[in-house]
Design a protein around this ligand. Structure first.
Ligand SMILES: *[C@@H]1O[C@H](CO)[C@@H](O)[C@H](O)[C@H]1NC(C)=O
Ligand SMILES: *[C@@H]1O[C@H](CO)[C@@H](O)[C@H](O)[C@H]1NC(C)=O
Ligand SMILES: *[C@@H]1O[C@H](CO)[C@@H](O)[C@H](O)[C@H]1NC(C)=O
Length: 225
């Protein structure tokens, strides 16, 4: 009886104590749980940060790897463009048999024919008969004609009935570009040789000069790629 009473007393006194102690006891439990959570949080945060940094690092690396070869391939052309901006694009992109000059490519025919056939031949080559823009171009063409040793049709004829020298692009000739030797008649076309520009019968035979725009081919600009 005594022992059971003691037990009961103990129990009775123990329960409130346990109840009282219970509130503080959950805190250790509650503390232990968030602490482990906090650790897990810290760890995952660190992991995420590491992942993010790795991703950034990798994307930078990939970008550098992608850009580097193309920069390397084109560096020469870009430098050439910078050092020689007016000449190199045309110079690099005239097809074989065409002479680069400023912003155009020029071709001297090897055969002779009447003016109209020269006109048609240039058109077939995706070009037109030569239009002379200024004194500098006139000099260049005369010098080239001197080397070839012949007379060449250019894209300038005498139109009727307005009696004008007219370029094939429709513009009339301005006398400060070139002077034409010879009579301007109904069927007169213009040929150029080493020292002069002559009015000739369009039905006579001459070689001719075609011009066209340089073709901008990236492969020509960057032979590596
Ligand atoms: C060269 O310069 C021209 C303009 O002057 C530009 O249109 C072209 O894209 C440039 N080419 C290169 C390879 O930088
Ligand atoms: C036609 O060509 C001539 C000679 O190159 C040039 O002076 C003129 O401006 C050109 N006209 C047009 C409309 O392009
Ligand atoms: C002169 O050129 C024009 C094209 O610009 C052409 O229509 C005309 O027939 C030419 N004249 C002669 C006589 O060939």
């Amino acid at each position: 009886m005594d022992t059971s009473r003691v037990y009961l007393i103990l129990k009775a006194s123990g329960t409130p104590g346990a109840q009282r102690a219970a509130p503080p006891s959950p805190p250790p439990d509650a503390c232990r749980c968030p602490r482990s959570h906090r650790w897990a949080l810290k760890l995952s945060c660190a992991g995420l940060l590491l992942l993010l940094l790795t991703l950034i690092g990798m994307s930078v690396l990939v970008r550098v790897l992608i850009q580097k070869p193309s920069i390397g391939k084109c560096r020469e052309c870009i430098q050439e463009n910078i050092t020689n901006p007016t000449e190199s694009p045309a110079k690099l992109s005239c097809t074989k048999g065409w002479l680069p000059h400023r912003d155009k490519c020029i071709h001297f025919s090897q055969e002779s024919n009447i003016w109209k056939e020269g006109l048609a031949d240039c058109a077939m080559k995706g070009a037109t008969l030569l239009l002379i823009q200024d004194q500098e171009e006139l000099r260049f063409v005369k010098d080239s004609a001197n080397v070839k040793g012949s007379a060449f049709w250019i894209g300038l004829n005498h139109t009727w009935p307005d009696k004008n020298w007219r370029w094939i692009n429709g513009s009339t000739l301005s006398s400060d570009v070139l002077q034409i030797t010879g009579e301007a008649k109904k069927d007169s076309c213009t040929s150029i040789s080493k020292d002069r520009v002559v009015s000739e019968d369009c039905a006579s035979d001459n070689m001719w000069i075609c011009q066209k725009e340089p073709t901008l081919i990236p492969e020509t600009l960057c032979p590596d790629s």
